[in-house]
Design a protein around this ligand. Structure first.
Ligand SMILES: Nc1nc2c(ncn2[C@@H]2O[C@H](COP(=O)(O)OP(=O)(O)OP(=O)(O)O)[C@@H](O)[C@H]2O)c(=O)[nH]1
Ligand SMILES: [Zn+2]
Length: 287
């Protein structure tokens, strides 16, 4: 008999799968397949007490992943929104923010930018840096998760959100504040220590309420986008869209080609040079 399940934890080769009655099974996949992500809907077969095997994967409404030339890593499936966590200190890498935004656009997932640690005194300066992203249409929520996580809650209602961000930005603090009493990350460290593994490979899905889910993913240091093709990449820069198809060459890469409409928009001040530079760097990573 096959049971409906939701992947709520991913530890490399093992998955935590929650059944409809709320119980959680420790599951493996058939053969060498390890292509499941937190948020995946699956069908499982019980193999023993608390154990099962994943037999089927349901179609996904979205899949967020990152990749370099060697491998790709799925971050979360069936999410409606990514919450990109930045902080006033340590200062965030704008390139990583852009890579996250591009991944969201390519996956058809909304992006919310959270600027955490706004209690620190360089908050205004950091908010100013983000105004350019507000102008592009992205929502930005200032936060001081250590003091009060309430301003984040309305954004999460009714959504399946994945938290992404560099280490040290405050993701654990946010998750713990949203799920008081669970001490989520701390608990994870101790269970994983037993197996001698690092915590950083595990992602977890939590129910905030009946309609809202939150997936906590390990801290990112890099965000490769090797899985995108040239067309997906240019479309993922939202401000490029009005100019696409207007270059002299219809296969223009917007790198050094003459009569490039994107370059012209940069020169006219309609596209930010920082975003254009980021595009060019990503474009060079694509064959
Ligand atoms: N001032 C201030 N510090 C905060 C805030 N939120 C988190 N911190 C601190 O920032 C540091 C990093 O926070 P974490 O929540 O561990 O960061 P993280 O993003 O989960 O990091 P990883 O676990 O490495 O992914 C800790 O010392 C927190 O106490 C905040 O709103 N204000
Ligand atoms: Zn061009």
């Amino acid at each position: 008999m096959l049971l409906n399940g939701l992947v709520v934890a991913s530890y490399g080769k093992r998955y935590g799968v929650e059944l409809e009655d709320g119980t959680e099974l420790s599951c493996v996949t058939r053969g060498k397949k390890t292509d499941l992500a937190c948020g995946d809907k699956v069908k499982v077969r019980l193999t023993g007490p608390g154990e099962g095997v994943v037999e089927q994967l349901e179609p996904r409404s979205s899949l967020l992943y990152r990749s370099n030339s060697f491998r790709s890593k799925m971050l979360a499936a069936n999410v409606t929104q990514a919450v990109i966590v930045l902080a006033t200190q340590p200062s965030f890498y704008e390139e990583l923010l852009n890579r996250c935004l591009v991944a969201c656009e390519a996956a058809g997932v909304k992006a919310l930018i959270v600027l955490n640690k706004c209690d620190l005194d360089n908050a205004n300066e950091a908010m100013l840096r983000l105004q350019d992203y507000a102008a592009l249409g992205y929502n930005i929520q200032p936060l001081s998760a250590r003091d009060n996580v309430a301003p984040l809650k309305p954004w999460l209602r009714g959504e399946t959100s994945v938290l992404v961000g560099q280490s040290g930005m405050g993701k654990s603090t946010i998750v713990n504040a949203l799920l008081p009493g669970k001490m989520v990350r701390t608990q994870e460290v101790s269970t994983v220590l037993d197996s001698g593994k690092h915590t950083t490979t595990a992602a977890h899905l939590y129910h905030l309420d009946a309609e809202s889910k939150l997936i906590d993913s390990p801290g990112l240091q890099e965000f490769g986008l090797h899985h995108l093709n040239a067309e997906q990449l240019e479309l993922a820069f939202v401000e490029f869209r009005p100019y696409l198809g207007k270059c002299r060459f219809n296969n223009c890469r917007h790198l050094k080609e003459p009569d490039c409409a994107i370059q012209a928009a940069v020169d006219a001040g309609d596209i930010l040079p920082r975003r254009f530079a980021c595009y060019q760097q990503l474009r060079q990573e694509i064959p």
